[in-house]
Each structure stands twice: as C-alpha cells, then as structure tokens.
Design a protein around this ligand. Structure first.
Ligand code: MRU
Length: 360
C-alpha cells in the first residue's frame, strides 16, 4: 500500500466487508499497516493499545466498530440485539475514559436504537451504518473548519510548537491542532513546527513528526524538556494543541505535559491555542477537577522503546496519560464554529445555545 499516511483516512469504514479499517499507529513511523476489525475485543484492544488514538479518531473508530459488531448479530431478536449493542457500547467506552469523544460517539450510536423502537434488526443495522458514516463525515468537516479558523491566527513563516499528536492521525482527516498547518500548506504557506516528542508514548516523535514530514512541513523534533529553550530563543510564535475533554469552564484535559507547555507559553508571552471540536467540550463537567484522568501501566515509562529496562526493577511509577490545563492559561479555543475567547464559560454556553437552536 502507499506509505504516505496523508493520502488515506486514519479511520475508515469498509461498508462492503462490514469492517472498521485503521492505520495501526503503533507501527508508525516505520511501517504503514492497515488493520481490519469487526470483533468487540479487537476493537477494544486497538483503542486501549493506541493502535487508533486521538480523541476524535477514537470516537469515529468506536462508532464504526460498534456498527461492525452489530452487523454480525442475528436478525430475529430485536431485544437481544439492543441488549448486546448496549453491552458492547459500555465495554468499548471503558477503553479510554478521558477522551469524551469515545462516549459521545457511542451514545449517538445507542440513541439510534433507542429512537427507533419500531424498527426491525435489519433496519437498525442500516440506521447504525448511516450514523457511523455521519459521525465520520462530520469529523472530516469539523476538522477542516477548525483548520480554517486556526489559520486566521497564524502567519506565513511562523514558528509553531505542538505537543502530542492532534493531527490527521488523531482524527479521520486534517486533525485539529495541525489542521491549520495542513491547510496553510495547501495554500503555499510555510511554517516551522516544533514538535515535543511526548513521553512516554512518543506521539510527537512517531506521529506528528511523521505526518508533518509527509506534508512537507519544516519540522523540528524536541524532547519535552526543550520547549522552554526554543521559546526563549524566540522561535515560537504560537502553541497549538488538541484536547481530550474540555470542562464547561474551559479547563482542558490533554496529553500529559500539555499544562507545562501552557505555563511556559504564558511565561514567554506566547499565545496558547486549544483546538476543540464541540464534541470534545463536555458541558456536564463543571471543571478540570471532575475529569477522570486515565492512568497507564508503568512499563510504558520504564521499558517501552528501550532495548532493556531503563529503571531499577520494582521502582514505583506514576503514569497519568493526561493532565489538566487551567482555563486561564488558554488564549483561545478554536472550534468548528469559530475562535472563542475568555471568559470561556459564557462563550461555551452561547455557542451551544446557538448550535442547539440551529440544529433543533
Ligand atoms: O493518548 P492519545 O495519543 O490518544 O492522546 C491524544 C491527545 O492527547 C490529543 O491531543 C487529543 O486526543 C486531541 S486529538 C485531535
């Protein structure tokens, strides 16, 4: 297959085969390998082990995956079908608890079954396919719009720092934090992007550097502890990051290390932008203290990527996958509806009131 990851969707739906198709991100940057999944356990495993990762991509993958699982259920028993759909939904939702898009997309799929109580199982299978397709298509459109709005905040030739991977590999297409860069490239603009390697799972080194290079972007990889140094030198005009869950007051959970970058950006007077699809804003969550932070195995810190363990056997390890950046460190949120400035609580409430009004 074509190894250029920018030429294919990160998450796809094979409607003929009834399968979820993902790029296995644990094999990047060395190999571009596609996985075809249709069983609940393998979809859970792919999400948990970050074969597919990034909040929007996880949501789309779970929706398509749930459809693929349901497609294989027997046609006769409607009650049994809905019971199994809900069981698999709850199971998949537990794979990555911080990324709100996972629960959000699965809720949308479940609602299809609940809202169509008269439909037969074959009809429900078609409706679930349409919903999964809609979730995927919306993700692409939302990311493109975030890219457009984000591009209004940056100039040709700017230095931009990013953390983790909130690019095309974290969504179906374009990404969120890297969408303005990809769109700018389409229009002949050039940027100098500094990508934090992002310990412990190296999403910056393995994924952001990979996709930016594939798009011809001038990319410089730095260790996480080098951000202050490049900012001090005046090489960074803006920071762009993604998010896994934004609370109603603007507190933002994103990849571990993001809050440190935000503190540095404030120190050096550099704008800190969070690119957030509205599906990642959780109005039911009042503030960052209410966000559940996923903790992962210690071996990701002590031995993953190394030829031999790099810490004494039995050492205690604390490995939170995300941290919370307080709202007052965020310059603005870039959503698919525009750029939101503080105070974020009222800005979010107004946005959702207008959005719900339009959709209702
Ligand atoms: O653990 P990961 O790789 O799923 O974490 C991803 C991030 O933290 C991203 O910044 C976030 O999901 C936004 S992706 C558009």
């Amino acid at each position: 297959m074509d190894g250029n990851i920018m030429k294919r969707d990160t998450v796809a739906m094979d409607e003929a085969a009834g399968e979820l198709v993902i790029i296995d991100q644990t094999r990047l940057p060395g190999e571009t390998v596609l996985l075809r999944l249709s069983k609940a356990e393998e979809i859970y495993d792919a999400i948990y082990h970050l074969r597919v990762r990034g909040a929007p991509a996880i949501g789309v993958a779970a929706a398509i995956g749930l459809w693929a699982v349901c497609l294989r259920l027997p046609d006769g028993d409607r009650e049994g079908f809905v019971t199994e759909l809900r069981r698999v939904k709850t199971y998949l939702a537990g794979a990555r608890p911080t990324a709100v898009n996972l629960a959000w997309a699965l809720d949308r799929m479940e609602r299809v079954a609940l809202d169509h109580s008269e439909s037969t199982v074959p009809e429900l299978k078609t409706l679930l396919k349409e919903e999964a397709r809609a979730i995927r298509d919306e993700d692409i459109q939302v990311c493109r719009r975030i890219g457009e709005y984000g591009l209004t905040l940056i100039g040709d030739g700017w230095g931009i720092l990013t953390h983790c991977n909130a690019g095309q590999l974290a969504t179906t297409r374009y990404g969120t934090a890297l969408a303005p860069i990809h769109l700018g490239r389409e229009r002949g603009m050039n940027f100098r992007v500094f990508t934090d390697e992002t310990r412990p799972l190296l999403q910056g080194a393995r994924l952001s550097a990979c996709e930016l290079a594939a798009d011809g972007v001038d990319t410089t990889l730095i260790c996480d502890n080098m951000a202050s140094s490049v900012m001090k030198r005046g090489w960074v005009q803006a920071v762009f990051v993604g998010c896994d869950r934004v609370a109603a007051n603007g507190d933002t959970a994103n990849k571990i290390g993001t809050s440190g970058v935000a503190i540095l950006a404030k120190h050096y007077g550099i704008p800190f932008y969070v690119c957030a699809p509205t599906s990642t804003i959780d109005m039911a969550c009042p503030d960052g203290g209410a966000i559940q932070i996923e903790e992962r195995p210690g071996r990701e810190v002590t031995e993953m990527w190394y030829e031999r363990p790099m810490a004494p056997e039995g050492v205690k390890v604390y490995n939170p996958a995300f941290d919370v950046t307080e709202a007052d460190l965020v310059t603005a949120f870039v959503t698919e509806y525009g750029v939101l400035r503080p105070p974020f609580g009222p800005a979010f409430r107004k946005l959702f009131a207008e959005k719900d009004g339009k959709e209702g």
